[in-house]
Design a protein around this ligand. Structure first.
Ligand code: ADP
Ligand code: MG
Length: 618
C-alpha cells in the first residue's frame, strides 16, 4: 500500500481510542470541561449505562456562537496558547482533543448560552452552522449512541450496570475533587446521586459520607500540613478501618485525581506498621503545589503526573502522615474506636457490621493461642526465651510484664469505687480496670462506659513502640560478616551504592568489580538474612527516594515479632494494678489503638450502646 495521509475523521477516531475508552471516559471529559468553565452546578443524565445517552448540563461560562464549531475541532482549546502555558496548566483540560474525539465516535450535540446572550446556540457534529436553541445559561453536551460507528469498541462495552458503575465512580472522584460544586447523577430517569455544594466543614463531612460512606467519615482523621512549597490536606482513615481492596484511595494533585505510584507508596509507607498485612488504607488527600512543579502532560487521560521534586514531595507526605498516624492512641480524640456491638444500630444508621473489627478473623493469631493455660504456658516459655534473645541482642531491658510503676500506683490510688469514675473529670481515656475476662480481655470503666482491651494485642504494641524507640536512639548496630559476601548488581546500582553512604543503615559495602559489591557488615538484627537481596533493595530505594524504608521495615518486622513474643500472653492473670499500668502505658504510647497487625487493641462500649442492648429507654 502506498503511504497516504489519513482523513481527519479517521485521525480523530484513532485519537479517541486513547482517551475515550468507555462511557465513563466521556463523563470524565465532559465534567472536566464544565469544571474548567467555572460551573457551580452540574447535572449528568445517563441512559443504559451511557451507551445510549450521556448528557452533561452545567451553569458555567458557556461558549459564544462562533466558537461552537471550534470547540469540536481537534487541537482547538481556549486553555493554553503556548508551551509556557503548558508548563503550568491550572485547568483540567488543555489538549483540545476531548470534544473532537467524542464527536467522532458518537452523535454529539453541543448547546451553549453565555451570560447576556439572547438565547442559546446549538451545533451537532457534522453540522456546518449553529442554530438558535432554547436553554438557560451554561453549556449542555449530549452524547448519543457512543461507539455506533466503531463496532470494535462497542463490542468491548460491558453490561449497562457495569458501565454505569464506572460512571458513578467517576462522579465520586469529581465530587471529591470539587466539593463546592453541586452534582447530580440520573440513571434511566432515577436520581442516583444528589450532592449539594459543600462549602463548610459540616457540608463537606456530609459529602464525604455520601461518597465514601458514613463509616469512613467516622474513622477518619483530618490532615492539614503546609510548608512554603506544599500543602497537604484531607482525611485518612484510622488503620483499623483498613480495607481488603485499594478502592478508597483518592489522591488529588492540584484538584486532579491521579494514580501515581510514588504518591501511593508514600501513603502506604506512612501506614507501615499499623496496617494488617494485605489490607489497604483508605484516604482522600489533596496536595497543592505550584503548577509549574507538576507535569500533567504525561498520559492522555492525565492520570499520571511527574513531579519536579518528587523526593521532597514523597518525604513530606510520608513524614506528616506518619506523624498523624502516631497519634492513634486512646484519648487523642477524633477517631472513635470503630467497634460496636453487632445488631446495635449506630447513630448514623449505616450498617454497623461493615468494617466491624470485632468480627474479623484473627488471621495472624496462631490457632489455639487462647487455649488452656498448660499448652500456652509452654509455648509462652519458648517464646519468652526467643524474645529475651532479641532483647539482649539489641541491648534492651526486658520490659517487665506489665511493670508496676508510679503512674500505675497513682492510678490505683485514685480508683476508689467503680461508680466514682463516672463523674470524675480526671478519668483517663481508658478509665480504670475492673476485671479480667477469660484471661484475654481487660474490662475497664471510663466516662463513656465500658472499655474492653485485648491485653496481649495492647501490650504487644506498647513493647514494640518501646523497642523501636530504644533501637532508633541507639542507632542501627552492625556486625561484621565472617566471610564477606559478593553481590552481583548492575553498574548503575553499584554506582548508587558508592554514591550513598550506607553506613548509617548498618551496611558496609565496597565495590569489588564494575558489577559487583562486597558486603562486609550487615545490621546485627538482620544477620542471617540474605545480604544480596537486602543490599539490592536498599540501593534501589535510595536511588528512587533518597532514603531506605526497606531496612527500617525489616528491622521493625523483627522487633514486632520479638515484641509479640515478649508481650503478656493470654491466660496470664493480671492484678488490677498491672491492668491499670497497661492502660496508662497504652495512653502514653503512639499508635496504641491498633496492635502490630493493625487490629484494634481496645473498643469502647458506651452507655447508650449498653442501654440499647437492654432496650432501656425505648
Ligand atoms: P480542552 O478541554 O482540552 O480544551 P475539549 O475538546 O475538551 O478540549 O474542549 C474544547 C474547548 O471547548 C475548551 O477549550 C473550551 O473552550 C470549550 N468547552 C468545552 N466544554 C465547555 C463547557 N462545558 N463550557 C464552556 N466551554 C467549553
Ligand atoms: Mg476538555
Amino acid at each position: 500500500m502506498p503511504i497516504r495521509v489519513l482523513p481527519p475523521a479517521l485521525i480523530n477516531q484513532i485519537a479517541a481510542g486513547e482517551v475515550i475508552e468507555r462511557p465513563a471516559s466521556v463523563v470524565k471529559e465532559l465534567l472536566e470541561n464544565s469544571l474548567d468553565a467555572g460551573a457551580r452546578r452540574i447535572e449528568v443524565h445517563v441512559e443504559e449505562g451511557g451507551s445510549r445517552l450521556i448528557r452533561v448540563r452545567d451553569d458555567g461560562l458557556g461558549l459564544p456562537q462562533d466558537e461552537l464549531q471550534l470547540a469540536l475541532t481537534p487541537h482547538a482549546t481556549s486553555k493554553i496558547t503556548s508551551l509556557d502555558d503548558l508548563e503550568c496548566v491550572a485547568s483540567l483540560g488543555f489538549r483540545g482533543e476531548a470534544l473532537a474525539s467524542i464527536a467522532s465516535v458518537s452523535r454529539l450535540t453541543l448547546s451553549s448560552r453565555q451570560s447576556g446572550a439572547e438565547h442559546a446556540w446549538e451545533l451537532s457534529g457534522g453540522d456546518a452552522e449553529a442554530r438558535p436553541a432554547a436553554g438557560g445559561e451554561g453549556t449542555t453536551v449530549t452524547v448519543r449512541d457512543l461507539f455506533y460507528n466503531t463496532p470494535a469498541r462497542r463490542k468491548f462495552l460491558r453490561t449497562p450496570r457495569t458501565e454505569f458503575n464506572h460512571i458513578d465512580e467517576m462522579i465520586k472522584r469529581l465530587a471529591l475533587a470539587r466539593p463546592q460544586v453541586s452534582l447530580q447523577l440520573v440513571h434511566d430517569g432515577k436520581t442516583v446521586r444528589d450532592l449539594p455544594a459543600a462549602d463548610n466543614a459540616a457540608a463537606m463531612a456530609r459529602r464525604l459520607a455520601l461518597v465514601c460512606g458514613g463509616d469512613f467519615v467516622e474513622a477518619t482523621m483530618e490532615v492539614d500540613e503546609q510548608n512554603s512549597q506544599l500543602h497537604l490536606h484531607g482525611w485518612i482513615a484510622a488503620p483499623t478501618y483498613a480495607r481488603g481492596q485499594a478502592d478508597q484511595q483518592y489522591f488529588f494533585v492540584n484538584g486532579r485525581l491521579v494514580r501515581d505510584r510514588l504518591l501511593a507508596q508514600a501513603v502506604r509507607q506512612a501506614y507501615q506498621d499499623v496496617l494488617f498485612h494485605g489490607r489497604h488504607p483508605a484516604y482522600v488527600l489533596y496536595l497543592e503545589l505550584d503548577p509549574a512543579q507538576v507535569d500533567v502532560n504525561v498520559h492522555p487521560q492525565k492520570y499520571e503526573v511527574r513531579l519536579r521534586d518528587s523526593r521532597a514531595v514523597f518525604h513530606f507526605i510520608k513524614h506528616h502522615l506518619q506523624q498523624r498516624l502516631a497519634t492513634t492512641r486512646p484519648g487523642d480524640g477524633g477517631i472513635p474506636q470503630p467497634a460496636r456491638l453487632p445488631n446495635t444500630p449506630s447513630a448514623s444508621g449505616h450498617d454497623p457490621t461493615r468494617g466491624l473489627p470485632l468480627g474479623q478473623p484473627r488471621a495472624a493469631e496462631p490457632a489455639g493461642a487462647y487455649q488452656a493455660s498448660g499448652g500456652s504456658a509452654a509455648a509462652g516459655g519458648a517464646a519468652h526465651q526467643l524474645y529475651q534473645h532479641w532483647a539482649e541482642q539489641i541491648g534492651l531491658q526486658q520490659p517487665s510484664t506489665p511493670p508496676q510503676n508510679a503512674i500505675a500506683d497513682a492510678a490505683v490510688e485514685s480508683f476508689d469505687a467503680p461508680d466514682s469514675a463516672g463523674d470524675n473529670a480526671d478519668v483517663p481515656p481508658l478509665g480504670y480496670a475492673l476485671a479480667q475476662l477469660h484471661g484475654i480481655y481487660i474490662l475497664a470503666q471510663n466516662r463513656a462506659g465500658l472499655v474492653l482491651v485485648d491485653m496481649h494485642a495492647a501490650h504487644e504494641r506498647v513493647v514494640y513502640e518501646q523497642m523501636k524507640q530504644q533501637y532508633s536512639a541507639s542507632g542501627i548496630a552492625s556486625q561484621a560478616l565472617l566471610v564477606p559476601v559478593h553481590v552481583a548488581v548492575s553498574e548503575r546500582e553499584a554506582e548508587a551504592a558508592e554514591a550513598h553512604d550506607l553506613e548509617p543503615f548498618g551496611i558496609v559495602v565496597e565495590r569489588s568489580a564494575p558489577e559487583s559489591l562486597r558486603v562486609r557488615r550487615m545490621p546485627s538484627l538482620l544477620a542471617g538474612q540474605d545480604p544480596s537481596e537486602l543490599v539490592r533493595d536498599v540501593v534501589a530505594e535510595l536511588r528512587r527516594t533518597g532514603a531506605s524504608a526497606t531496612l527500617t521495615e525489616r528491622i521493625h518486622e523483627k522487633l514486632a515479632s520479638a515484641s509479640c513474643h515478649g508481650a503478656v500472653r493470654a491466660n496470664r492473670r493480671l492484678t488490677i494494678d498491672e491492668m491499670n499500668a497497661l492502660l496508662r502505658q497504652m495512653e502514653a504510647t503512639e499508635r496504641s489503638n491498633q496492635c502490630n497487625h493493625g487490629r484494634p487493641t481496645w473498643v469502647q462500649l458506651d452507655l447508650q450502646a449498653l442501654d440499647r442492648l437492654f432496650l432501656r429507654g425505648q
